[in-house]
Design a protein around this ligand. Structure first.
Ligand code: ADP
Ligand code: MG
Length: 366
Protein backbone atom coordinates (compact mmCIF):
# COMPACT_ATOMS: atom_id res chain seq x y z
CA UNK A 1 0.00 0.00 0.00
CA UNK A 2 1.49 3.30 -1.13
CA UNK A 3 1.16 6.10 1.45
CA UNK A 4 1.12 9.74 0.34
CA UNK A 5 1.43 12.73 2.66
CA UNK A 6 0.34 15.92 0.93
CA UNK A 7 1.18 19.36 2.38
CA UNK A 8 0.65 17.96 5.85
CA UNK A 9 0.78 20.46 8.72
CA UNK A 10 0.04 19.98 12.41
CA UNK A 11 -0.01 22.90 14.83
CA UNK A 12 -0.52 22.59 18.56
CA UNK A 13 -1.50 25.34 20.96
CA UNK A 14 1.48 26.11 23.17
CA UNK A 15 1.59 23.89 26.27
CA UNK A 16 2.34 27.04 28.26
CA UNK A 17 -1.20 28.49 28.31
CA UNK A 18 0.02 32.09 28.71
CA UNK A 19 1.99 31.79 25.50
CA UNK A 20 -0.41 32.24 22.59
CA UNK A 21 2.08 31.21 19.92
CA UNK A 22 1.49 27.84 18.32
CA UNK A 23 3.96 24.99 17.97
CA UNK A 24 4.22 23.72 14.40
CA UNK A 25 5.09 20.08 15.02
CA UNK A 26 4.83 19.09 11.34
CA UNK A 27 5.36 21.81 8.77
CA UNK A 28 4.06 21.37 5.24
CA UNK A 29 5.22 17.81 4.80
CA UNK A 30 4.92 16.13 1.42
CA UNK A 31 6.33 12.74 0.60
CA UNK A 32 5.40 9.42 -0.84
CA UNK A 33 6.13 6.07 0.76
CA UNK A 34 6.35 3.45 -2.00
CA UNK A 35 4.34 0.26 -1.61
CA UNK A 36 6.04 -2.46 0.42
CA UNK A 37 9.01 -0.40 1.58
CA UNK A 38 10.41 0.29 5.02
CA UNK A 39 10.87 4.00 5.63
CA UNK A 40 12.97 5.30 8.51
CA UNK A 41 11.65 8.60 9.86
CA UNK A 42 14.70 10.13 11.50
CA UNK A 43 15.41 13.25 13.50
CA UNK A 44 16.29 14.55 16.96
CA UNK A 45 13.84 14.45 19.85
CA UNK A 46 10.99 16.94 19.43
CA UNK A 47 11.31 17.28 15.64
CA UNK A 48 7.81 15.94 14.96
CA UNK A 49 8.35 12.24 14.25
CA UNK A 50 5.65 10.92 16.58
CA UNK A 51 3.23 13.59 15.42
CA UNK A 52 3.80 12.53 11.80
CA UNK A 53 3.14 8.91 12.77
CA UNK A 54 0.01 9.87 14.72
CA UNK A 55 -1.28 11.74 11.68
CA UNK A 56 -0.70 8.71 9.45
CA UNK A 57 -2.54 6.40 11.83
CA UNK A 58 -5.32 8.88 12.60
CA UNK A 59 -4.74 9.39 16.32
CA UNK A 60 -4.33 13.07 15.48
CA UNK A 61 -6.04 15.25 12.87
CA UNK A 62 -3.88 17.44 10.63
CA UNK A 63 -4.34 21.22 10.78
CA UNK A 64 -4.15 21.11 7.00
CA UNK A 65 -3.12 18.71 4.26
CA UNK A 66 -4.15 15.24 3.20
CA UNK A 67 -3.15 11.61 3.65
CA UNK A 68 -3.74 8.90 1.06
CA UNK A 69 -3.40 5.13 1.38
CA UNK A 70 -3.16 4.05 -2.24
CA UNK A 71 -5.92 6.06 -3.93
CA UNK A 72 -8.02 6.29 -0.72
CA UNK A 73 -8.15 9.67 0.99
CA UNK A 74 -7.98 8.57 4.65
CA UNK A 75 -7.58 12.08 6.12
CA UNK A 76 -10.96 11.97 7.87
CA UNK A 77 -11.08 8.24 8.66
CA UNK A 78 -10.83 7.20 12.32
CA UNK A 79 -7.79 5.03 13.17
CA UNK A 80 -9.78 1.79 13.44
CA UNK A 81 -10.93 2.14 9.82
CA UNK A 82 -7.50 2.85 8.36
CA UNK A 83 -6.06 -0.64 8.64
CA UNK A 84 -2.90 0.36 10.50
CA UNK A 85 -0.83 -1.63 12.98
CA UNK A 86 0.93 0.35 15.69
CA UNK A 87 3.91 -0.45 17.89
CA UNK A 88 5.20 1.94 20.54
CA UNK A 89 8.36 2.19 22.60
CA UNK A 90 6.65 0.88 25.75
CA UNK A 91 5.14 -2.36 24.59
CA UNK A 92 1.70 -1.55 26.05
CA UNK A 93 0.71 -5.19 26.40
CA UNK A 94 -2.23 -6.22 28.59
CA UNK A 95 -0.46 -7.55 31.71
CA UNK A 96 -3.28 -9.89 32.81
CA UNK A 97 -3.55 -11.60 29.38
CA UNK A 98 -1.29 -14.33 28.03
CA UNK A 99 0.82 -13.85 24.92
CA UNK A 100 -1.79 -15.70 22.89
CA UNK A 101 -4.64 -13.56 24.30
CA UNK A 102 -2.67 -10.38 23.67
CA UNK A 103 -2.13 -11.36 20.04
CA UNK A 104 -5.74 -12.43 19.41
CA UNK A 105 -7.17 -9.35 21.16
CA UNK A 106 -7.55 -7.26 17.97
CA UNK A 107 -9.38 -10.17 16.34
CA UNK A 108 -11.97 -10.54 19.12
CA UNK A 109 -13.78 -7.38 18.05
CA UNK A 110 -14.17 -8.24 14.39
CA UNK A 111 -17.85 -8.24 13.41
CA UNK A 112 -20.00 -9.20 10.45
CA UNK A 113 -18.32 -11.14 7.69
CA UNK A 114 -14.91 -10.51 9.25
CA UNK A 115 -15.90 -12.29 12.50
CA UNK A 116 -13.57 -15.20 13.32
CA UNK A 117 -14.13 -18.41 15.24
CA UNK A 118 -11.98 -19.29 18.26
CA UNK A 119 -10.14 -21.85 16.14
CA UNK A 120 -9.45 -19.35 13.33
CA UNK A 121 -8.16 -16.82 15.84
CA UNK A 122 -5.87 -19.37 17.49
CA UNK A 123 -4.51 -20.47 14.10
CA UNK A 124 -3.91 -16.88 13.02
CA UNK A 125 -2.20 -16.04 16.33
CA UNK A 126 0.08 -19.06 15.96
CA UNK A 127 0.95 -18.16 12.38
CA UNK A 128 1.97 -14.62 13.39
CA UNK A 129 3.73 -15.84 16.56
CA UNK A 130 5.85 -18.14 14.34
CA UNK A 131 6.69 -15.21 12.09
CA UNK A 132 8.04 -13.19 15.03
CA UNK A 133 9.44 -16.32 16.71
CA UNK A 134 7.50 -16.34 19.96
CA UNK A 135 5.33 -19.40 19.22
CA UNK A 136 6.81 -21.33 22.17
CA UNK A 137 5.79 -18.61 24.64
CA UNK A 138 2.06 -18.45 23.95
CA UNK A 139 0.86 -19.25 27.48
CA UNK A 140 3.14 -16.84 29.32
CA UNK A 141 2.15 -13.49 30.78
CA UNK A 142 4.08 -10.36 29.65
CA UNK A 143 5.84 -10.17 33.04
CA UNK A 144 7.40 -13.58 32.30
CA UNK A 145 9.05 -12.29 29.11
CA UNK A 146 12.23 -10.34 28.37
CA UNK A 147 11.92 -6.85 26.88
CA UNK A 148 12.79 -8.16 23.43
CA UNK A 149 10.15 -10.88 23.69
CA UNK A 150 7.54 -8.39 24.86
CA UNK A 151 8.27 -6.16 21.90
CA UNK A 152 7.85 -9.16 19.58
CA UNK A 153 4.43 -9.78 21.12
CA UNK A 154 3.54 -6.13 20.47
CA UNK A 155 4.68 -6.51 16.86
CA UNK A 156 2.64 -9.73 16.50
CA UNK A 157 -0.43 -7.95 17.87
CA UNK A 158 0.07 -5.11 15.39
CA UNK A 159 0.40 -7.59 12.51
CA UNK A 160 -2.38 -10.04 13.33
CA UNK A 161 -5.03 -8.16 11.34
CA UNK A 162 -2.61 -7.83 8.42
CA UNK A 163 -2.59 -4.04 8.43
CA UNK A 164 -2.20 -2.03 5.24
CA UNK A 165 0.49 0.02 6.96
CA UNK A 166 2.70 -0.82 9.94
CA UNK A 167 3.83 2.09 12.12
CA UNK A 168 6.61 1.69 14.68
CA UNK A 169 7.46 4.55 17.05
CA UNK A 170 10.95 4.09 18.54
CA UNK A 171 10.18 0.39 19.08
CA UNK A 172 13.69 -0.55 20.20
CA UNK A 173 14.45 2.27 22.64
CA UNK A 174 13.66 0.22 25.75
CA UNK A 175 15.91 -2.67 24.76
CA UNK A 176 19.54 -3.10 25.74
CA UNK A 177 22.19 -2.63 23.06
CA UNK A 178 22.54 -6.28 22.04
CA UNK A 179 18.80 -6.93 21.85
CA UNK A 180 18.33 -3.71 19.95
CA UNK A 181 20.66 -4.91 17.20
CA UNK A 182 19.02 -8.33 17.08
CA UNK A 183 15.45 -7.02 17.12
CA UNK A 184 16.10 -4.50 14.38
CA UNK A 185 17.31 -7.31 12.12
CA UNK A 186 14.13 -9.19 13.04
CA UNK A 187 11.94 -6.24 12.12
CA UNK A 188 13.71 -5.99 8.78
CA UNK A 189 13.14 -9.71 8.14
CA UNK A 190 9.47 -9.57 9.17
CA UNK A 191 8.92 -6.54 6.96
CA UNK A 192 10.57 -8.29 3.99
CA UNK A 193 8.45 -11.40 4.50
CA UNK A 194 5.12 -9.59 4.94
CA UNK A 195 5.90 -6.75 2.46
CA UNK A 196 3.73 -4.44 4.57
CA UNK A 197 4.52 -0.77 3.97
CA UNK A 198 6.24 0.27 7.19
CA UNK A 199 7.23 3.54 8.83
CA UNK A 200 9.90 3.16 11.48
CA UNK A 201 10.47 6.19 13.71
CA UNK A 202 13.81 6.60 15.45
CA UNK A 203 16.22 9.30 16.64
CA UNK A 204 19.09 6.82 16.14
CA UNK A 205 20.70 7.37 12.76
CA UNK A 206 22.58 4.10 12.91
CA UNK A 207 19.31 2.21 13.41
CA UNK A 208 17.55 4.09 10.62
CA UNK A 209 20.46 3.67 8.20
CA UNK A 210 20.78 -0.05 8.82
CA UNK A 211 17.19 -1.15 8.31
CA UNK A 212 15.51 1.39 6.03
CA UNK A 213 14.96 1.21 2.29
CA UNK A 214 14.62 4.97 2.46
CA UNK A 215 15.21 7.50 5.20
CA UNK A 216 13.33 10.74 5.76
CA UNK A 217 15.38 13.20 7.80
CA UNK A 218 13.44 15.88 9.65
CA UNK A 219 14.28 18.86 11.84
CA UNK A 220 11.91 21.24 13.65
CA UNK A 221 8.90 19.78 11.82
CA UNK A 222 10.49 20.36 8.44
CA UNK A 223 11.53 17.65 6.04
CA UNK A 224 15.23 17.98 5.22
CA UNK A 225 16.01 15.13 2.85
CA UNK A 226 14.63 11.83 1.58
CA UNK A 227 16.61 9.06 -0.04
CA UNK A 228 18.34 5.74 0.23
CA UNK A 229 20.48 5.75 3.39
CA UNK A 230 23.77 5.57 1.50
CA UNK A 231 22.73 8.33 -0.93
CA UNK A 232 21.76 10.70 1.89
CA UNK A 233 25.02 9.92 3.69
CA UNK A 234 27.07 10.49 0.53
CA UNK A 235 25.15 13.53 -0.67
CA UNK A 236 23.70 15.54 2.24
CA UNK A 237 21.79 18.70 1.27
CA UNK A 238 22.79 20.73 4.31
CA UNK A 239 25.00 20.84 7.39
CA UNK A 240 22.29 19.45 9.65
CA UNK A 241 21.87 16.26 7.59
CA UNK A 242 25.64 15.86 7.22
CA UNK A 243 26.11 16.10 10.99
CA UNK A 244 23.14 13.90 11.85
CA UNK A 245 24.29 10.89 9.82
CA UNK A 246 27.44 8.88 10.43
CA UNK A 247 29.43 7.36 13.28
CA UNK A 248 31.97 8.62 14.04
CA UNK A 249 30.41 11.94 13.04
CA UNK A 250 31.62 14.24 10.31
CA UNK A 251 34.27 16.74 11.44
CA UNK A 252 33.27 20.33 10.81
CA UNK A 253 35.73 23.21 10.44
CA UNK A 254 35.41 26.96 10.06
CA UNK A 255 36.68 27.60 6.56
CA UNK A 256 36.66 29.98 3.66
CA UNK A 257 36.83 29.81 -0.10
CA UNK A 258 39.32 32.07 -1.87
CA UNK A 259 40.21 31.89 -5.56
CA UNK A 260 38.71 28.43 -6.00
CA UNK A 261 40.49 26.96 -3.01
CA UNK A 262 39.13 25.80 0.31
CA UNK A 263 41.06 27.19 3.27
CA UNK A 264 41.02 25.89 6.80
CA UNK A 265 42.85 28.54 8.83
CA UNK A 266 45.62 29.90 6.59
CA UNK A 267 46.08 26.66 4.70
CA UNK A 268 44.59 25.75 1.34
CA UNK A 269 43.42 22.15 1.73
CA UNK A 270 41.39 21.44 -1.42
CA UNK A 271 40.58 22.76 -4.90
CA UNK A 272 36.94 23.75 -5.12
CA UNK A 273 36.69 25.08 -8.68
CA UNK A 274 33.82 27.40 -9.49
CA UNK A 275 32.90 28.24 -5.91
CA UNK A 276 32.81 31.99 -5.25
CA UNK A 277 34.77 33.52 -2.37
CA UNK A 278 32.88 33.21 0.90
CA UNK A 279 32.90 31.96 4.48
CA UNK A 280 31.95 28.30 4.79
CA UNK A 281 31.72 25.33 7.07
CA UNK A 282 33.88 22.48 5.77
CA UNK A 283 32.75 18.98 6.74
CA UNK A 284 35.10 16.03 6.38
CA UNK A 285 33.89 12.44 6.85
CA UNK A 286 36.14 10.24 9.04
CA UNK A 287 37.05 8.19 5.97
CA UNK A 288 37.98 11.35 4.04
CA UNK A 289 41.29 11.86 5.85
CA UNK A 290 44.38 10.33 4.24
CA UNK A 291 47.46 9.99 6.41
CA UNK A 292 50.10 11.92 4.45
CA UNK A 293 53.28 13.46 5.83
CA UNK A 294 53.08 16.09 3.09
CA UNK A 295 49.35 16.64 3.61
CA UNK A 296 48.10 20.20 3.91
CA UNK A 297 45.88 19.73 6.98
CA UNK A 298 47.93 19.57 10.15
CA UNK A 299 46.15 18.53 13.36
CA UNK A 300 47.35 18.08 16.92
CA UNK A 301 47.60 14.36 17.63
CA UNK A 302 45.74 13.22 20.75
CA UNK A 303 45.71 9.48 20.40
CA UNK A 304 45.31 6.42 18.24
CA UNK A 305 42.83 3.60 18.71
CA UNK A 306 43.40 0.35 16.86
CA UNK A 307 40.13 -1.32 15.95
CA UNK A 308 41.32 -4.42 14.08
CA UNK A 309 40.87 -3.62 10.43
CA UNK A 310 40.94 0.15 10.97
CA UNK A 311 42.77 2.74 13.01
CA UNK A 312 40.96 5.68 14.52
CA UNK A 313 43.12 8.77 14.86
CA UNK A 314 41.97 11.29 17.41
CA UNK A 315 43.19 14.83 16.94
CA UNK A 316 42.26 18.48 17.38
CA UNK A 317 42.46 21.62 15.28
CA UNK A 318 41.94 25.29 16.12
CA UNK A 319 39.28 25.71 13.43
CA UNK A 320 37.38 22.53 14.31
CA UNK A 321 33.84 22.83 15.71
CA UNK A 322 34.06 19.29 17.08
CA UNK A 323 36.02 18.98 20.31
CA UNK A 324 37.89 16.07 18.76
CA UNK A 325 38.39 15.04 15.16
CA UNK A 326 38.07 11.34 14.45
CA UNK A 327 39.63 9.98 11.28
CA UNK A 328 39.39 6.37 10.21
CA UNK A 329 42.27 4.94 8.22
CA UNK A 330 43.30 1.43 7.25
CA UNK A 331 45.33 -0.49 9.89
CA UNK A 332 48.10 -0.97 7.31
CA UNK A 333 49.11 2.63 8.00
CA UNK A 334 51.65 3.41 10.68
CA UNK A 335 51.02 6.43 12.84
CA UNK A 336 53.97 7.91 14.67
CA UNK A 337 52.34 8.23 18.08
CA UNK A 338 55.39 10.08 19.47
CA UNK A 339 54.72 12.95 17.09
CA UNK A 340 52.88 16.05 18.27
CA UNK A 341 51.11 16.59 14.98
CA UNK A 342 49.50 14.46 12.33
CA UNK A 343 49.13 15.57 8.71
CA UNK A 344 46.37 14.61 6.34
CA UNK A 345 45.48 15.12 2.73
CA UNK A 346 41.78 14.89 1.91
CA UNK A 347 39.63 12.74 -0.36
CA UNK A 348 37.66 15.34 -2.33
CA UNK A 349 34.49 13.19 -2.48
CA UNK A 350 34.39 13.07 1.33
CA UNK A 351 34.68 16.82 1.83
CA UNK A 352 31.51 18.92 1.85
CA UNK A 353 31.23 22.68 2.05
CA UNK A 354 28.26 24.58 3.40
CA UNK A 355 27.36 28.24 3.23
CA UNK A 356 28.09 29.74 6.63
CA UNK A 357 24.85 31.73 6.80
CA UNK A 358 22.30 29.29 5.34
CA UNK A 359 24.19 26.04 6.12
CA UNK A 360 23.09 24.80 2.69
CA UNK A 361 25.49 22.61 0.77
CA UNK A 362 27.64 24.25 -1.90
CA UNK A 363 28.50 21.76 -4.60
CA UNK A 364 31.77 21.75 -6.51
CA UNK A 365 32.90 19.52 -9.39
CA UNK A 366 35.13 16.64 -8.29
P1 ADP B 1 9.36 13.58 18.32
O1 ADP B 1 8.51 12.37 18.26
O2 ADP B 1 10.19 13.80 17.09
O3 ADP B 1 10.23 13.62 19.55
P2 ADP B 1 6.85 15.01 18.65
O4 ADP B 1 6.13 14.75 17.39
O5 ADP B 1 6.45 14.23 19.84
O6 ADP B 1 8.43 14.88 18.39
O7 ADP B 1 6.71 16.56 19.02
C1 ADP B 1 6.96 17.60 18.09
C2 ADP B 1 6.70 18.95 18.74
O8 ADP B 1 5.31 19.11 18.99
C3 ADP B 1 7.39 19.16 20.08
O9 ADP B 1 7.77 20.49 20.17
C4 ADP B 1 6.30 18.83 21.07
O10 ADP B 1 6.51 19.51 22.28
C5 ADP B 1 5.06 19.32 20.36
N1 ADP B 1 3.86 18.54 20.71
C6 ADP B 1 3.64 17.22 20.48
N2 ADP B 1 2.42 16.84 20.90
C7 ADP B 1 1.84 17.94 21.45
C8 ADP B 1 0.58 18.21 22.06
N3 ADP B 1 -0.33 17.25 22.20
N4 ADP B 1 0.35 19.49 22.50
C9 ADP B 1 1.26 20.46 22.35
N5 ADP B 1 2.47 20.27 21.77
C10 ADP B 1 2.77 19.04 21.31
MG1 MG C 1 8.44 10.72 19.57
Amino acid sequence: MKVVLQDLTKKFPNRNKKDRTEVTAVNNFSFEIPDGKLIGLLGPSGCGKSTTLNLICGLQKPTSGKIFFGEDDVTDLPPENRGVGLVFQNYALYPHLTVKQNITFPLENLRGKEKMTKKEMADKALEIARLVQIDTLMDRKPSELSGGQQQRVAIARALVKMPRVLLLDEPLSNLDARLRLQTREEIKRIQRETKITTVFVTHDQDEAMSISDMIVVMKDGILQQIGKPQDVYDDPVNLFVAKFLGTPPISVFHGSVKNGQLYIGDTAVLDVPGVGDREVFAGIRPEGFVLDENGSLSCVLNGVEVMGRDISIISTHKQSLNTTIRSIISAENKVNTASENVRFSLKPSKVYIFDKATEERIRFPL
